[in-house]
Every structure is written in C-alpha cells, then in structure tokens.
Write a protein that binds this ligand. Structure first.
Ligand code: ATP
Ligand code: MG
Length: 464
C-alpha cells in the first residue's frame, strides 16, 4: 500500500510536469531563436557601421584592424561573417576569399536591396543547415554593401538543450519532493492503517483481546482505531457472556439431573420384584440410560466451555508418552470388544499443547474409533513429524465417513445417521477446540483401511 501511494504521487507529479513543460519546450525554442536573431542582427548592424567608410573608400579588403576585429568576433561567437560590396563580391570575411561571388545567395541580394533578412536554409557549400542574418551597409540614403552572419542551425537547438538542463533539474527536484511527501504521508497515514488492519485480522482470527493503538496517525485514523476498539470490547463482552451462560446453565443442570437419576434408581429398586410388568422395569431402565446420556452431554458442554476459556499458554508435552499411557488405560475395554490398540513410533515427540488436553483429545478419538471398530480389528495410534508440526493420528478399520460427513462431524451435536446410541455429538468439537487453543488443528481423513484417520496437528517448540 505504501509503495502504491508513492508510485501514484510521483506519477501525478510527472504527469503535471509533462503537461506543463512540454509546451514550454516549444516556447523555449521560439524564445531562444528570437534571442539569437536579435543578438546577431545587432552585431551585424554594428559591423555594418564599422565597415561603411572602408566600403565607400574601397579599402575594406586591406584594413587589418577590421579583419582582426571580425576574426575575434567569429571565434568568440562561433559564427561566420562575410562583408560584400554592392556587386555581392566578398570584400571581408576570414572564411572566404576576397572577390568570391555571393550573388547567388538570396539573403545577400535582399540586404543589397536595403532589406534586412533572417532565416534558415540548407547550405550547399557547407552541407548543413544554416541560420543567417544579413543586413545592408547604409551610407546616407544608399546601400554600399551587405554584412551577413551565419551560424549552424543546430546552434538554436544547442541553446535550447542548455536551457532544458535547467528545466530537467527542476523536474528532478519536483519528483524528489513528491516522493519525499509520499513517504511522509505513507508513514503517517498508511502505517497506522496497516496496524489497524493487522489488529482486525487478529480479532477475526479469534484473538478477542486484540486492541488497536489509538494514538497514531491523523485524527480520522485515531477515531477509527477508537471505534474499532469499542467494537472489539463489545464482541469480547458478548462472547464472554455467552460462554458464561453456557457454562452456568450446564453446571446448574447437573444437580437436578443427578437427583432425577437417584429417584429413577430407587424407583427401579422399589418396583423390582413388586411389579410383575416387565415393560415398566424396561421403561425405568431406558429413562436411566437417557439421564446418563443427558449427563454426558452436559459434561461435554462444560468441557467445551472450559476448552474455549482455556487461554492458557501451551506447554511442551511428549505426544508418544501420553499416547502410550492412554493405550494402557483403554486396553481392557478394547480387549472386551475384541479390538487391539497399537502405538507406532515410541520415540519422544515433543509438541505444544494446553496442559492435560492431549489426554482428552486421545480419549475422545479412541472412544469414537472403538464405537466403529469391527471385532478383531486394530486401532493404530501414530505420532509423526510433518514439516514444522507433529501429527497425532488415530486410525480405525471401521466403515469410514464420506468427505462431507468428515467435515460436518466437527459441528456441535452432529452425529452420523445410525451412529452408536449414547453419544452427545460434542467429542470432536471439543477435540478441535483443544487443538486450536494451542495453535494446532484437527481434521478427519479417509484411511487406507477404509475407516477414518483422525488427525491432530500440533506446533513444535522452536528448535525441536
Ligand atoms: N472414527 C469414526 N468413524 C466413523 N464415524 C465417526 C468416527 N468418529 C466420529 N464419527 C461420527 O462423527 C459423529 C460425531 O462424533 P463426536 O465424537 O463429535 O460425537 P459422538 O461420538 O457422537 O458423541 P460424544 O463423543 O460426545 O460422546 C459420531 O456420532 C459419528 O457418527
Ligand atoms: Mg465421540
């Protein structure tokens, strides 16, 4: 953004200068030409005044003083001078022979007719374009000769080019000032704006405590930063309230639910042997199972609220060691279901996670895998480095899930149609939340076994 601003400002300045200076170059040419004409005409008339007497007396060709004067003038002005008599024959001119005929030069004939003449023409003799001034040498009322001064036409261009250097310098200084002004503007306006944009991105990324610096940049940007901070405060407050509500509500539901379960159990005990209706006993047992499900759901919601509030700095944990420990814990239950749990790779693998969260993650994923693992199959726990992260994979040989279901499975309360009864649909939501609170991620992949590979990817501490 900063670079674009500088480019735009410099571009605008260059454009303005071009619009303004291009006609100026044309104008400069005209002015320079006029200046040259005026100067040469003046010199030609002065010279005409000096040669008048000698021309009349016919002694111009051997006046050494006059010749010296003309020679010095030619050298200092870088021009060529010729003085002719009324027959257009040269009488003085260091570059020409005395007596050389100039009657085929129209400007000399014009001067001899009493009319000063200036202009440009191609010179056959010199093979270049000439700029000339020719004036009559007057004596009384009559014309006694002509003085012509010539310079290469490129002289005008050279003088214009000299002027253009000055103009170029002005352009360069203007562009430099524009670039400097753009830099200052970029520093004072775009820098606070990009800071604000970074803050907005962090807020959008879930960092609700993010605030933008309020004291930087022009008043409009400061006011924007203040409003942004007000908005961030509101969002943080609303989210905190909502979480607190979910937490308290779940917590408050626990007690009546426990009481309900106790009553159902005593009802079951009381009816046992009294009622001969087996359907009644069955209903009571189903009601107990439902309260258990409700209980698990409430525990899940509480776990989710705690994971969201975690905000704790991640710590270094050994994924392989925790996986081995959880396998020991789950092995008896798996054994009952005829399923084997195996760990691949038992070298220590250090990753960053919120304390205690890896255990919860593995428990949820193994629980899911056990729900679908066929008799005699194996559930594989893998811990492996993947680029800058370390991945924990739990792979089952169950029926698997379609791609859309694998995404949806992380939604709260989502359960596949026909999933094993009793679940709350919160397990994977908790897994993802726990992984994300340590800067990691969680996903379900299709496994080569046909089942699901649940993958949790965690950051590694620097240098590990
Ligand atoms: N390994 C798996 N293979 C097949 N389907 C799975 C697997 N893991 C999860 N699922 C599907 O995703 C759904 C959601 O899983 P999740 O763990 O979030 O909830 P749950 O297991 O139903 O309940 P809870 O974990 O709260 O007891 C499950 O109901 C199941 O349908
Ligand atoms: Mg589950």
């Amino acid at each position: 953004m900063r670079r674009r601003l500088i480019a735009v400002l410099v571009g605008v300045v260059v454009l303005v200068l071009a619009v303004q200076d291009l006609p100026l170059v044309g104008h400069l040419r005209v002015v320079e030409r006029d200046r040259l004409v005026t100067r040469l005409e003046r010199d030609a008339f002065i010279l005409a005044g000096r040669v008048e007497e000698d021309l009349e007396a016919g002694t111009a060709d051997d006046n050494a003083v006059l010749l010296g004067l003309v020679e010095r003038y030619e050298v200092s002005e870088d021009v060529s001078v010729v003085v002719t008599d009324t027959r257009a024959l040269a009488v003085l001119g260091p570059d020409f022979d005395v007596g050389e005929d100039f009657s085929n030069r129209p400007e000399i004939l014009e001067a001899l007719a009493g009319r000063p003449e200036t202009g440009e023409r191609d010179s056959v003799t010199l093979g270049q374009r000439l700029f000339y001034v020719s004036v009559p040498v007057l004596s009384g009322d009559g014309v006694v000769g002509a003085v012509r001064i010539t310079a290469p036409a490129s002289r005008v261009d050279e003088e214009v080019a000299d002027r253009l250097w000055g103009l170029g310098l002005v352009v360069a200084i203007s562009v430099a000032i524009a670039a400097f002004a753009a830099l200052v503007m970029a520093w004072t306006v775009t820098r606070p704006l990009s800071r604000l944009s970074e803050s907005a991105a962090r807020l959008a990324g879930g960092s609700l405590s993010e605030r933008a610096p309020e004291g930087e940049g022009p008043p409009e940007v400061r006011s924007l930063a203040r409003r942004f901070n007000l908005m961030a405060e509101q969002i943080e407050l609303l989210v905190a309230r909502q979480r607190a509500f979910a937490g308290t509500a779940s917590h408050q539901l626990r007690t009546p639910l426990t009481a309900l379960r106790i009553r159902l159990e005593s009802l079951a005990a009381a009816s046992d042997g009294v009622s001969s209706d087996p359907a009644l006993t069955e209903h009571i047992q189903e009601a107990i199972a439902e309260t258990d499900r409700l209980h698990r759901m409430i525990e899940g919601l509480l776990a989710l609220t705690r994971a969201e509030e975690a905000g704790l700095a991640p710590v270094e944990v050994d994924l392989a060691a925790i996986a081995a420990e959880r396998i020991d814990y789950w092995a008896p239950l798996a054994g009952e279901r005829g399923v084997e749990l195996r760990l691949r790779g038992d070298d220590p693998e250090i990753a960053l996670a919120v304390a205690g969260s890896v255990e919860q993650i593995i428990d949820n994923l193994v629980d899911n895998a056990l729900d679908v693992a066929p008799l005699g199959s194996e559930i594989l726990l893998e811990v492996e480095r993947a680029g800058e992260r370390t991945e924990l994979r739990i792979i089952d040989a169950g029926p698997g899930l379609s791609e859309t279901d694998r995404d949806m499975a992380f939604d709260r309360f989502w359960r596949a149609p026909g999933a094993t009864p009793g679940g709350s649909g919160l397990g994977l939501a908790i897994v993802r939340q726990l992984a994300e609170s340590a800067g990691g991620s969680a996903r379900l992949d299709a496994a080569a076994t046909g089942g699901v590979a649940a993958v949790v990817s965690l950051r590694r501490p620097e240098g590990r």
